[in-house]
Design a protein around this ligand. Structure first.
Ligand SMILES: [Zn+2]
Length: 314
């Protein structure tokens, strides 16, 4: 059995053929051509799936389903993208459109939910039934799996942990609210916090790290901290505290088996994961009487969304 997984982003669309074990047989990406309407973009995707089949020596008609992850609010029950800011889509009947364009059965879900589903089925949290994926990237994405099912609320409008408010009247978020978790815990926020610390301390090693790597990034403070820079250590510690604040909230509400950390920042590995696991577990209610909530780095990397999308139709 072969399935196609599609992970639509504002710039690129990742497309792959995936087998029943979650292994990618062939994959590539195409540009998201925003000059086209959704039907034009779906035609591009189907053309690419045909191309991948040809490359992999697979008959297109052997593709049994296409799953698609889309950034935004995707009502997976009706197969409609209610709203996607990145793509400028509103009430787009994406599943029907994809089935018409491809002649193949299709499903769609929010991209973060697809990534969570991929990690749950084939990645870091196999064999666990209650898991939450949190991605620390430009924003903070999340996917919540309860008893082996994706939980995303009425009309798939929920499950957006990145916009839980952790600071009353805090920093302005793109979503319109103030004090959202992603304004403190995303890679974007980390860069902002790094810049502020650099401005306050002209002698910090972080300046040298920025010169060496050409620009400030989510890695700057971690690199300088590892080399013992006090200001950088403070940035990292403070940033990890912000992440932990949201994770403790999630932990106390859901008490999952594990919370999986994905997104670019998760590449910091143990420097991030180990202190997070300590902080989160010591913040959980009655922690000494309950099983630990494991904090695990994502294992499927930036292919989690594609694999999870394919897994929607398995
Ligand atoms: Zn927000």
């Amino acid at each position: 059995m072969i399935y196609a997984g599609v992970d639509v982003g504002g710039t690129n669309i990742k497309i792959g053929l995936v087998d029943i074990k979650g292994t990618i047989i062939a994959d590539n990406y195409i540009k998201t051509d925003k000059t086209k309407d959704y039907k034009g973009i779906l035609d591009d995707i189907v053309e690419d799936i045909r191309l991948l089949c040809k490359k992999a020596g697979i008959d297109y008609h052997d593709v049994t389903g296409i799953g698609m992850g889309v950034p935004g609010v995707v009502d997976s029950r009706t197969g409609t993208v209610s709203y996607s800011a990145n793509l400028g889509w509103r009430d787009v009947p994406i599943v029907h459109g994809l089935e018409v364009a491809s002649g193949i059965r299709a499903e769609a879900a929010n991209d973060a939910n697809c990534a969570a589903w991929g990690e749950y089925k084939f990645g870091a949290s196999r064999s666990m039934d209650n898991v939450i994926l949190v991605t620390l990237g430009t924003g903070v994405g999340s996917g919540i799996i309860i008893d082996g099912k994706l939980f995303d609320g009425v009309a798939s409008a929920g499950g957006e942990a990145g916009h839980m408010i952790i600071v009353k009247d805090g920093k302005q978020c793109n979503c319109g609210l103030k004090g959202c978790w992603e304004r403190y815990a995303s890679a974007t926020a980390l860069i902002e916090q790094t810049q502020e610390a650099m401005d306050a301390d002209p002698h910090s090693l972080m300046h040298e790290v920025v010169r060496k790597y050409g620009k400030i990034s989510g890695r700057t403070a971690f690199i300088a901290a590892e080399r013992g820079d006090a200001a950088a250590k403070k940035v990292v510690e403070n940033y990890i505290d912000y992440i932990a604040t949201g994770l403790i909230n999630l932990g106390n509400i859901f008490h999952p088996n594990a919370i999986i950390i994905g997104g670019g920042v998760s590449n910091e590995g143990e420097a991030l994961i180990a202190p997070l696991e300590d902080k989160v577990n010591s913040g959980l209610l009655a922690n000494e009487h309950n099983p630990k909530v494991r904090i695990i780095g994502a294992t499927l990397g930036n292919k989690a969304g594609l694999i999870g999308a394919a897994a929607l139709v398995m």
